[in-house]
Write a protein that binds this ligand. Structure first.
Ligand code: ZN
Length: 113
């Protein structure tokens, strides 16, 4: 399961961003075409966080929709899974513009005020 190595990278990025502070939460954006299994990602998070600044952190996962752009009618659309025809002209060569992402979008650290 490659989610373990993916989560290792996300955690590294979060720990670097927190600069030594304990991390309250990680917010991660996962696209449906990323090939990432959200449950496996959560499992990897539970397995990897003990002993790190993210030991007690919450994992917030934001799942996105696929985003396509049809070059024929210049339309942006978000098709249901495994159904990528343009809803306007039926073209199947739409350009993928989103939905395959896996990225750390935010971390929460405690207020030091
Ligand atoms: Zn089209």
């Amino acid at each position: 399961m490659h989610e373990l190595s993916l989560m290792t990278n996300l955690l590294d990025a979060a720990v670097n961003a927190a600069d030594g502070a304990p991390i309250c939460a990680l917010r991660v954006r996962v696209g449906p075409l990323s090939g990432v299994v959200v449950e496996a990602l959560r499992f990897a998070f539970e397995a990897l966080t003990p002993g790190t600044p993210a030991a007690n952190a919450r994992l917030d996962i934001e799942e996105t929709l696929p985003a396509f752009h049809c070059p024929h009618c210049n339309m942006d659309f978000s098709p249901p899974a495994l159904h990528y025809e343009c809803p306007a002209c039926g073209a199947v060569d739409g350009e993928l513009r989103g939905g395959d992402e896996l990225e750390l979008i935010a971390i929460e650290v405690p207020d030091h005020v």
